[in-house]
Design a protein. Structure first.
Length: 195
């Protein structure tokens, strides 16, 4: 009889929904309240419509951090930037397929940490897919800089994708090897008992 394993996808779905909501509400707050100076739309009106794109705007917060209004028409960190509708559609479709594959992986995994990491990536991807569908570009607003050298602007969705990838790398490099080593030790002990 096959042992039923615990799956962690319901918690992953909760993380995905929470991340998408947090990402969208942060983009609304920055664009409609911080950069439009409290003259903007309420959250649900903003979400239902696709308001006119704000031009590049910059608000200094500290000596190393600004809030900016940047429209990313490419993929992460502005790579493959294009104003072509075909490119935007291709990026949206590709990102959606990757998110679907990661969702299937998340549903099938029995590793709680891996499920959480995959949910970070999926939630981030969906947050950016929503922007790309509504505006044709992704809203990036976090601008860290040091000595006039700026890291490419990013958002909460980008941050969750990077964290999810880092967790998967950590899991594959350390947790999987540790689990395999423990399994070998148990198998060797069982083998010694039986001989």
């Amino acid at each position: 009889m096959r042992k039923i394993q615990a799956h962690h996808w319901p918690l992953g779905v909760f993380f995905i929904v929470t991340l998408v909501f947090t990402d969208q509400i942060s983009k609304w707050w920055v664009t409609e309240h911080l950069l439009r100076y409290n003259a903007g739309l309420d959250f649900f009106s903003w979400l239902a419509a696709a308001p006119e794109r704000l031009p590049y705007t910059e608000k200094t917060i500290s000596g190393f951090f600004n809030v900016v209004m940047v429209w990313n028409e490419g993929i992460s960190f502005g790579m493959f930037t294009s104003q072509s509708a075909v490119t935007t559609l291709a990026i949206t479709v590709l990102t959606s397929l990757v998110a679907l594959i990661f969702f299937i992986w998340m549903v099938r995994t029995e590793n709680r940490g891996l499920a959480a990491a995959l949910s970070l990536i999926i939630g981030g991807a969906l947050g950016n897919i929503i922007d790309r569908t509504r505006f044709g570009a992704v809203i990036d607003f976090l601008d860290f800089h040091l000595f006039n050298t700026h890291w490419p602007a990013f958002n909460i969705a980008d941050t969750s994708i990077v964290l999810g990838i880092l967790f998967i790398l950590y899991d594959s490099l350390f947790t999987v090897k540790k689990t395999k080593r423990k399994k070998r030790i148990v198998e060797n002990k069982n083998h010694e008992k039986n001989t």
